[in-house]
Design a protein around this ligand. Sequence first.
Ligand code: ADP
Ligand code: MG
Ligand code: ZN
Length: 494
Amino acid sequence: MPTVSLSPEVTAKYEVVIGLEVHVQLLTTTKAFCGCANHYGSAPNTNVCPVCLGLPGALPVLNRQAVEFASLTGLALNCKIRERSVFARKNYFYPDSPKGYQISQFDKPIAEHGWIDLLDTPTSDGSPKRIGVTRAHMEEDAGKSIHDGFADSATRTYVDLNRCGTPLVEIVSEPDMRTPDEAYEYLTRLKEILLFAGVSDCNMEEGSLRCDANVSIMPRGAKQFGTKVEVKNVNSFRYVRAALEYEIERQIEIVEAGGIIKQETRLWSQPEGRTFSMRSKEQAHDYRYFPEPDLPPLVVSEEWLAEIASTMPELPEARRKRMIAEYELAEQDAQTLTATREFADQFEEVARTAKSPRRVANLLLSELGGRLKAAGIELEHSPVSLRGIVQAADLMEEGKISSKQLKQLFDICFEKSEDFPTVYEREKPQQISDAGAIEALIDQVIEANPAQVAQYRGGKKTVAAFFVGQVMRASKGQANPALLNELVTKKLDG
Ligand code: ADP
Ligand code: MG
Ligand code: ZN
């Protein structure tokens, strides 16, 4: 971590400006410009052909599904989709890019002028802070250089070109973020939207989502942004936040010492907890962009766009709003239930079969959630399945088990690693020991027998036995007798 810790007084003199560039791999079956499989984890250099190897004379053919996913991405980020966008060559030489250029989009990207709302970052009027999305453009990925891949040949570098030509969308934000936390939330929201839209698996470990963070500082209140530094390829959202925190301190220290910030690209070292220079502005590439001569302009007609838009799944924010209304959930609970689209789907599928979907949600979040957390178990490894929860919720809804019994049954599920139906079938609770449940029955019986109540209160205490018998019958013989006796006397005396 930075050696010097800046005082809050010093930090307060500066305003931070952050803009993010995020690359996402699209979940297409094949690559962007050829028929090779877009598949992570194949044996090196097996998903390749003359087009993605950049062999002379091979010509690119644009993948329709990539266009559809890129358009969906743009729409999900509230962008305008350009009817006629243009592919451009971005020229640079790198060993994992055999063509010597990357097909990208330059001045006419497919999507522009969108936004992402930071729901956890309210503005002064209470509405969420809105971060502009400058553009989302299509491009192809490069291959991968593998350094020190094997212990016995640590000085070698290998190249795997399977990733060459994988379709990407690069999403560029406006410099609208002011804190590392806002950057973290932006990334979290973006990932959630992309996952719900179904355009990418956003798996950061496999490189399906990669982030470059741009950050500068300026004196608080200044109009002109400071010189930005780009921190490249940070491979987790938490590291992005840490890298930004470090970088802000580094820049403030330099300025405080009378220095100036150099425009440069830096890399984050997680083990060292610092950024270090990768290249300065002077060493920056000159990409010599020009329109890609091998591809015509891409035209997404109004009709096609409407067709694409009609395939848009329900996005996270809309889904949370609907689920809050449908299941009477708290905001935070809706957030938990929509943690992933798959989980939200699974929940809704079973909840709809339950007598009270709301009770299913509550059991899931409180009884199950609490136990999973305590045991350190991920939801997907929960001993109690969603169907088990539905059964438990229905039993409670029908008054067949008390909340206390439910807790006991859940405890057994966790102890024995068994699902609820199994445990319920075996344990079938024979006794109602829940005071609330028994009192409810007593109240019913008292209400139905005013004459006997009057007798009891007139001094004929033996009538208590009549009430005990009635309630026991109502509980199908499952009320705890000691508790029942005690409660009946209490109620009649009360
Ligand atoms: P470049 O041409 O150097 O790539 P761009 O204008 O395309 O720069 O911006 C790249 C990213 O950097 C965008 O996300 C943008 O919001 C962000 N950015 C631009 N200027 C600044 C700045 N002064 N401070 C922080 N971020 C910035
Ligand atoms: Mg840029
Ligand atoms: Zn290919």
